[in-house]
Design a protein around this ligand. Structure first.
Ligand code: EPZ
Length: 418
């Protein structure tokens, strides 16, 4: 497994270009199942998860070509309705094929995603919604089998805000008979990006980005051509944290301002200077970081996918910060690793108290999940001495060539290929 060797203590400076959003690309790739013909998506980041979803679509019978940015998918010849365990177990977002398959073909057989490092992450709300729309759901040998003559419009209330649950049911409802109303829907920018693309394919979706979404089913959808997906707000936040913790000055390009306001508001509290310029977002790290408390919330609150990176920052703030993780039940896997660098963190249930220390010291670390590994990179950039982060395939799931991007900003980082 590849490792990252980071010699910390250098200030980052220069420009960085943010890539397309992984969590916008994945549902959009699944949405191409809904229309027979050739769709094309651009600004698609070259990530492990994207490659896994490409494999999934090919397994279903699609023809896919990808040049590292532009993705072309011909779903005219889909022959299978089954998302196999071998693929779903490596990427739970494969469950996003469920709604489109049932919506277009009236049948789907999708492996139940297994557990995940950050939590149980059940899909009961996805299945509840499909049942309300008339699908017969059976579970057998670790697979969900969903069948329906044709899905019917329904009113679906989510008692927990679920991003992919909202996306799955929005896609299923696009071809249903009648109107579907999703209540307490996820408001994430990636949900809105999916709805915008579906509407360009002929869907009739209103309210995406708000907590009530109405979808009037249509008979057929057409492929989407040259749809450019939104930039990645979590990659943007991660680079703000890197500039902040190293006391550097970085200009971030190709970000979407309204998507990052919850992140910017919180990071300004820590003393990081963040200002919009004509050419991009200028970020300046302070001499010393101020502590700040945090509670993760569904959008437009502070995103759970930035919690670990924020904690890394607070490890060297001048004071104590309390961080509460309200979305996932086990999203503190980075705490034990940060402690190995000398961080002072006391974890109780879903809250962690971080007492800032003067300096962190490099050490061998192990990545456990995507955003935890990003937080280890953030911390290692500030730590004195050498840090080697193992199992960085977790990082490769969500960050495209991160070592190239941060070394171009002046960091001393090398990928050690195993
Ligand atoms: C999406 O996961 C993202 N993934 C996650 O990003 C992100 O952390 C998460 O939303 C929250 O913002 C993609 O978009 C591909 P949820 P998702 O359903 O949809 C519970 C990353 O780092 N729940 O919004 O799977 C669930 O257990 C990844 O890029 C149910 O109980 O998350 C969790 O506690 C990690 N039943 C909460 O809801 C359900 O049927 C929110 O989960 C569905 C969810």
């Amino acid at each position: 497994m590849d490792k990252l060797l980071i010699r910390g203590g250098r200030r980052l400076s220069g420009e960085v270009i943010i890539g397309g959003a992984k969590n916008a690309a994945l549902p959009l790739m699944a949405a191409t199942i809904l229309a027979s013909g050739t769709s094309s998506l651009t600004n698609i980041p070259d990530l492990r998860d994207i490659r896994t979803m490409i494999e999934m679509l090919i397994t279903l019978g699609a023809e896919v070509s990808y040049d590292g940015c532009r993705l072309t998918i011909d779903s005219g010849g889909l022959v299978s309705r089954e998302a196999p365990y071998e693929l779903v177990k490596t990427m739970r977002a494969s469950v996003l094929t469920l709604g489109p398959l049932v919506g277009r073909f009236g049948t789907a057989k999708v492996s139940l995603p297994g557990g995940c490092a950050i939590g149980a992450r059940p899909i009961n709300l996805h299945l509840m919604g499909l049942e309300k729309m008339g699908a017969k759901i059976t579970l057998s040998e670790g697979y969900v089998v969903a069948e329906a003559e044709r899905l019917k419009g329904a009113v679906i209330f989510f008692d927990i805000v679920t991003v992919t649950g909202t996306e799955n049911l929005m896609m299923a409802a696009a071809l249903a008979d009648g109107v579907t109303r999703l209540e307490n829907a996820a408001r994430e920018p990636e949900v809105k990006d999916l709805a915008d693309a579906l509407n360009l394919m002929g869907a009739k979706i209103k309210g995406a980005g708000e907590s009530v979404i109405e979808i009037e089913g249509v008979e057929k959808l057409s492929p989407i051509v040259d749809y450019s997906i939104i930039p990645d707000r979590i990659e943007t936040g991660t680079f703000i944290a890197m500039a902040g913790i190293t006391g550097g000055e970085v200009l971030i390009k190709n970000y979407q301002a309204e998507h990052i306001s919850p992140i910017v508001e919180k990071l300004l509290e820590t003393g990081i200077e963040i200002s919009e310029e004509s050419g991009g977002l200028r970020v300046k790290g302070p001499k010393t970081l101020r502590p700040a408390n945090l509670e993760t919330m569904p959008y437009p609150g502070f995103p759970t996918d930035m919690q670990a990176q924020f904690m890394a920052l607070m490890c060297v703030a001048k004071g104590t910060s309390v961080i509460r993780e309200t979305i996932f039940e086990n999203r503190f896997m980075h705490v034990a690793e940060l402690r190995r660098l000398g961080a002072d963190i006391d974890e109780k249930g879903n809250s962690a108290t971080v007492k800032g220390v003067k300096t962190l010291t490099g050490a061998p670390l192990m990545a456990t999940d995507l955003r935890a590994s990003a937080s280890l990179v953030v911390a290692a950039l500030a730590a004195h001495g050498e840090t080697v982060i193992d199992r960085i395939y977790h990082l490769d799931r969500g960050y495209e060539r991160i070592e190239d991007k941060i070394s171009r900003l002046g960091a001393d980082v090398t990928r050690i290929k195993e």
